[in-house]
Design a protein around this ligand. Structure first.
Ligand code: ATP
Length: 309
């Protein structure tokens, strides 16, 4: 085996409840992650040293040196090996960069699974999840996939049962938003109002809608505490969200820290219609359809990654 390719999904947050700022600089979160069918592909090839090449959409906006999250993950995994190992990584990007859809985290998860197989380390999923959490709060979910509630910084995951497939349209924006900048604006907006956020709580109504596969109910329960801050930093997102609502979306939300916007719709043909309408409007750079939940990077592991040559 000299090459392993792993497919990794983007995520949208169905509930992102942000608690008060903690002393360690993080926020306590209740974060309902949902993996959707927009995928990056990470290929690992055995090599004498670490390198990464990024191809595909917006590849020029992704670091191709030691800051790349996939390389950081591969190096962290190599530190657990009982012999010197390295890899040449190729990332084929489709997940929007700095789009609030955790593309960098997905690539890190893909690198962990691909290198674990390539180097025949046989590390169990618990160990990969531990390394993932050290790389970033969203990395464990990219391994996990499906729909899951994350607590703590978002990295302690519990699977959420879902009663069906949900259809989405994502309106992609020109240029990204910095996640730390969005959190900082959220804190400032709260401070200016003298608001003391309560500890975040899981939405029972959202869980019931997911369990029942009820897209109408789910659309009404989508909530993102970062949305106000993302819109404050990128005011044009208000018009993007309105455009989806006016065209019949069951729910409209900024994805994570933005600026991608997610629209829940009633089915595949409605998704095609909305994507076409948004693409032809001035409110986004592009619009793509997707469905969820889909499997995470780990689904291909255990000796059966997506592509072995
Ligand atoms: P999140 O939703 O987790 O906050 P995001 O989707 O908004 O993240 P990413 O696409 O993960 O954002 O990228 C955030 C930044 O991380 C980028 O601006 C880029 O500089 C850096 N980065 C490092 N490695 C990668 C990678 N493999 N793919 C994309 N971005 C990466």
């Amino acid at each position: 085996m000299d090459s392993v390719t792993v497919r990794v999904p983007a995520k949208v947050n169905l509930q992102l409840a942000v608690g008060p700022l903690r002393d360690d600089g993080y926020h306590d979160l209740v974060n309902v992650f949902h993996a959707v069918s927009i995928h990056d592909h990470v290929t690992a090839v055995a090599a004498d040293s670490f390198s990464v090449r990024v191809v595909g959409e917006e590849a020029d906006q992704v670091p191709d040196g030691p800051d790349n999250l996939a390389i950081r993950a591969a190096r962290a995994l190599a530190a657990r090996a009982d012999r010197p190992v390295a890899a040449r990584l190729t990332i084929r990007k489709s997940i929007p960069v700095a789009g609030g859809m955790a593309g960098g985290s997905a690539d890190a998860a893909g690198a962990l699974v691909a290198c674990n197989d390539l180097w025949k380390l046989g590390l169990p999923r618990e160990d990969l999840l531990d390394i993932a959490a050290d790389i970033g709060s969203d990395v464990p979910f990219a391994l996990f996939g499906g729909t899951a509630v994350g607590t703590g910084r978002g990295e302690l995951l519990t699977a959420v049962p879902t009663g069906g497939r949900f259809h989405w349209v994502f309106a992609l924006a020109e240029g990204g938003l910095s996640t730390p900048a969005v959190y900082a604006r959220c804190d400032r907006l709260r401070e200016a109002r003298g608001e003391r956020p309560a500890p975040p709580q899981e939405s029972k109504a959202l869980m019931a809608a997911l369990r029942d596969g009820d897209a109408d109910a789910l659309g009404a329960e989508l909530v993102n505490d970062l949305q106000e801050a993302a819109v404050a930093l990128r005011p044009s997102l208000a018009a993007t969200l309105d455009a989806g609502r006016e065209r019949g979306a069951l729910g409209a939300i900024v994805s994570g820290s933005g600026p991608s916007c997610a629209f829940l719709v009633a089915g595949e043909s409605k998704a095609d219609d909305l994507a076409r309408a948004l693409t032809g409007s001035a409110v986004c750079r592009a619009a793509v359809t997707a469905y969820g939940p889909v499997q995470g990077a780990l689904a291909g592991s255990g000796g059966h990654p997506v592509g072995i040559t």
